[in-house]
Every structure is written in C-alpha cells, then in structure tokens.
Design a protein around this ligand. Structure first.
Ligand code: ATP
Ligand code: MG
Length: 499
C-alpha cells in the first residue's frame, strides 16, 4: 500500500484532444495498425475478415469487417474507452489483446475518425464514433452515437449478418494528407501502402491462415499465408527438434529452421522466400504469441560475447519461438505488439540453442555448390556431429536430427529422457585431448568411418535409416537417394546403388 494519504485530492481528467493527439504518436505504421485490429477480430472468434481500402482522395477510407461474436451497445461503448481493460487482468489463453488500448491507438494513429459498428448474435446493430475534430472543440470525451458518413455500406452489411464488427477509418490524414482524388502520386502511394499491409498480414497471421482457422481478404482477394520457414516450398528447410523451455508458470517452445541454400532454389523460389526485408535481414528469431507473429528477423540482442548482428553467413537461420500470453510482462510486450524481449532467466538457454542453429546454417551457407543442387540442406544437418561454441568454448554435439539418431529416438518415445542423457554423456565426454594427441602423433593413421567393418554391416545400417525415413512418409526411392547426403553413408555410393 502507498504511504501517501489519499484523503485530499484534485481530480484531473486528461484533456481529450491533447491526450488523443499524443496517443497518435505511439509509433504504429499502417500495417501494424491493421494487424492490431485483426487481433481483435481473431480474439472475437471471427472466421472471415474483410479488409477494404477505398480510394477517394481525401475521402478515402478503410473498413475492417469481421464475422466474430460482435458487441452489444454497452460492450461497444466500453470497448471505445481508452484503457477499456486493465493489462494486469488475466486473459483467456487465445486472447491476442493485453492493454485495452489497441482498437483506439492503432486506429487513431492512422485516421481522425474512428467508427465502430457491431452486432452481437441475437442483438441489434449499434455504432460509436470518435472524431478528433469534435474532441478538439469539446472539453469532454464525446463519443458520438452516429456512424461516420462513409460507414453506410458496412452498416448495411452488418445488418444482414448474424453477428460481427466493422472498424471504419476515415479522414486518413497520415496516409493521404490533403491530396485530391485525382492525384496520381497519392494514389500510387495508397496502393503501395496496401501492398505493405498485404505482406505484413500474410506473415503476421500466417499460422492462422495455414490452419484455416481464419480467412482474411484484402479488397475481396484472399490473402495467402507467407511462411518464413518455407513450409510449402518444394525444397523444405531442415529443422532442429522442438525444445520446450519451462519459464515461471509459462513455457516457451523453440525450433530452429535452416533454410535451403540459394543453389537448391530456382530464381522465383529464392525471391519469394526472401521475405519483406530480404534474406539477410530475415534471419534470426520469429517470436509468436498465441500463433500471432510479434517480432521477426531479430537476434533479440542475444549472442556471445557480443550480441549477434545480421550477418550474411547466417542468413539461412530462422528460429521459431512460441510464447503464451501469460508472461507478457516478463517479455516486455508493448502496446503495438511489436516488441518482445526475452526474460533474463532464459537468455542463456536461448543463446545455446540458437548457437547450434546458427552453426548449421553457416555450414550450409559455406558449402554452396560444392555438393551440388538439392542436397546441400540435408548435408549440413545429416552430419552425426556438430561443433559449436558454448560459453566461449568449443563443444561437440550429436546431431539429434541425423536420421540414424532420429530412428532410435522415435522408436522409444517413452525413453526420450534416458536416451537424451546417454547422448549428453557422450557429448560432454568427447575425449578431445586424446583425439588431438593421437592425430598429432599419427597424422595419417586414423580410421575413416566404417573402415574395417564388413559391407554387410554398413548396408544393414543404411537399410535401417531407409526404413525409418520411409516410416516418416518419404518414398523408398527418395529415402535411398537421401543417404547420399547422410554422413558417413555418403562415402559409399556403390553400396547405396545396391540397396
Ligand atoms: N472486432 C471485435 N469484435 C468483438 N469485440 C471486439 C472487437 N474489437 C474490439 N473488441 C472488444 O473491445 C475491447 C477493446 O479492444 P482493444 O483492442 O482496445 O483492447 P484489447 O484488445 O483488450 O487489448 P490491446 O490493447 O492489447 O489490443 C476488446 O477487449 C474486445 O472486448
Ligand atoms: Mg486489441
């Protein structure tokens, strides 16, 4: 409890026009503002969201219409209140909101007139409007009951719908300024802005679009998901196993993706997957909160000894991080949902895991061309051992993605902890000094993999890996071909031919 006496006070309500004008500068861009409105639609269980950009010079407007659960008049009035809900309040696990601000701050960062029309199931359509010009001339928070003049279409649509909500932005001073409808430059800028919204929505909500839980249309055209991990591409990224990191009451899921080298993509694939910012700037973490992308193309100031920077060598590394909405404060989530900083407690663990992904990505990048087309991706991941730096020291780890290791791990899912501790034991006790001494002494004498072992044994090992790959859904021929890039089987092309 505060020690300050609360029995004497002034009441100082904020001045509406001054406060709203300041809130406009929170720093939204048009795409992030649209995404914030879509968050609300998804949180309201919408299945279809229509974004409509209407060009008419200074009379241009934007409508975001959803078929979510809608709001009663009373709820709508409260939703329009800046700070409609306390950020400390617990939220349902699928809620994308936190601050009770987004609808207002995102909208008014783009327009001077925000009109929301809503209809709950079995209820009436109601509307409320914030108009900054009205606020500028009034001492109190006047929320208008009338819809804005451009909202007629949305109103009619909602009347015909069972339930839903429309957010209508007009007087788009930030986007349009005072240009006339005939102004070609302004119209081009408007269209460019629409393209940026399209890109941002396709990426931010790609997981909702992929699992078809929601469809989003932009000027009547369905937005297709843009998957940063090249899910639908002909050449798949290779992945590290999913790691779950417990964190206070919450948890974080980590998975690394190493994208295929340029040489294994055609020009079109290469361009398409470079992303809005281009290959090098798209590397790093992709942080999702309840499937919704918050931050991407960012190493989150992790790295040893200095924070990692965007470096071309690591451009094939992209890491998916899933967080839940019960640790927002620890992640320093901001109102725009565009900042998320890892809590101090898990930074080391994240750095260790990311280091491995980076090392693999670097080796795929470095082996360009040398191993020919379409095999490069597997090559780096299908090495039994990888070497990485941990706490400034080099360590050697067993690659759990190697198909032979995977075959064992997947065969005994209930023994995963035991198997992992056995692998860890091997990793932690690699006799590096001994190997170093031995190689120094007898430089040409060390055995190559499988030397002195019967061919029948090697072939049996190869077959086991093929069987495993077949079980994961790969056809037999492809599985056998895959062996050509799995170390150490790649040393025995003739034996592979005989399989
Ligand atoms: N499209 C919608 N359908 C139904 N309810 C909505 C819709 N948009 C907003 N709301 C209601 O209005 C409230 C306020 O929305 P607003 O975006 O301002 O805050 P929030 O989503 O709670 O938190 P945040 O500031 O993190 O976005 C929401 O909590 C929700 O109850
Ligand atoms: Mg919101």
């Amino acid at each position: 409890m505060s020690q300050v006496s609360s029995s004497k006070f002034d009441i100082v309500p904020p001045e509406p026009a001054a406060l709203i004008e300041s809130l406009r500068s929170v720093g939204y861009s048009l795409p992030t503002a649209v995404a914030d409105i879509i968050d609300n639609s998804i949180a309201a269980d919408a299945r279809n969201i229509h974004i409509h950009f209407h060009w008419a010079g200074t009379n241009s407007y934007v409508v975001i219409l959803d078929d979510g659960r809608g709001m009663s008049e009373e709820k709508l009035r409260n939703a329009m209140r800046p700070g409609s809900r306390n950020p400390l309040q617990e939220r349902s696990p699928s809620d994308l909101g936190r601050f009770g601000l987004g609808l207002k701050t995102a909208s008014l960062s783009q327009c001077r007139n925000l009109c929301v029309i809503s209809k709950p199931a079995d209820g009436e359509v109601s509307s409320r409007t914030w108009d900054l010009d009205v606020l500028a001339n009034s001492p109190d928070w006047r929320l208008l009951l009338e819809p804005s003049p451009v909202a007629g279409d949305a109103l009619q649509k909602l009347k015909r719908m069972k339930n839903g909500t429309a957010v209508v932005w007009s007087q788009l001073d930030r986007l349009i300024g005072t240009q006339e409808a005939g102004d070609a430059v302004a119209h081009t800028r408007f269209n460019d802005a629409i393209d940026r919204v399209l890109e941002h929505v396709a990426l931010t909500f790609h997981r909702f679009l992929e699992d078809r839980s929601v469809k989003i249309y932009l000027n009547e055209k369905a937005i297709l998901p843009w998957n940063p991990f090249m899910k639908a591409a002909p050449v798949a990224a290779s992945t590290t196993p999913e790691e779950v990191i417990p964190f206070s009451k919450s948890k974080i899921t980590f998975q690394g993706f190493i994208l295929p080298h340029k040489d294994s993509l055609n020009d079109d694939e290469f361009r398409r997957h470079s992303g809005p910012r281009g290959w090098t700037a798209q590397q790093g973490f992709y942080v999702y909160r309840n499937k919704r992308l918050l931050v991407y193309g960012d190493w989150l100031r992790l790295g040893r000894p200095a924070p990692w920077t965007m470096d071309e060598h690591y451009r094939l590394a992209r890491i998916r991080l899933d967080i839940l909405n019960d640790a927002d404060a620890e992640w320093h989530l901001d109102v725009k949902k565009s900042i998320a900083r890892p809590p101090a407690l898990i930074r080391d663990r994240l750095t260790d895991l990311a280091e491995r992904v980076r090392a693999t990505a670097r080796s795929v990048f470095a082996h360009r061309g040398k191993y020919g087309r379409r095999t490069v991706t597997q090559l780096a991941t299908d090495r039994p051992w990888t070497s990485t730096i941990r706490e400034n020291r080099r360590v050697y780890s067993i690659n759990c993605n190697h198909p032979a290791i995977q075959a064992v791990l997947r065969s005994f899912p209930d023994k995963t902890p035991e198997l992992e501790s056995a692998l860890r034991l091997l990793e932690e006790t690699v006799p590096v000094e001994q190997i170093w001494l031995d190689t120094a002494e007898q430089s040409r004498d060390h055995a190559t993999p499988y030397s002195g072992i019967e061919f029948s044994v090697i072939k049996a090992d190869m077959r086991r890996v093929v069987e495993f790959l077949v079980k994961t859904g790969i056809n037999r021929k492809t599985a056998i071909e895959r062996l050509r890039s799995v170390e150490p089987f790649d040393r025995f092309p003739k034996l592979i031919n005989e399989l």
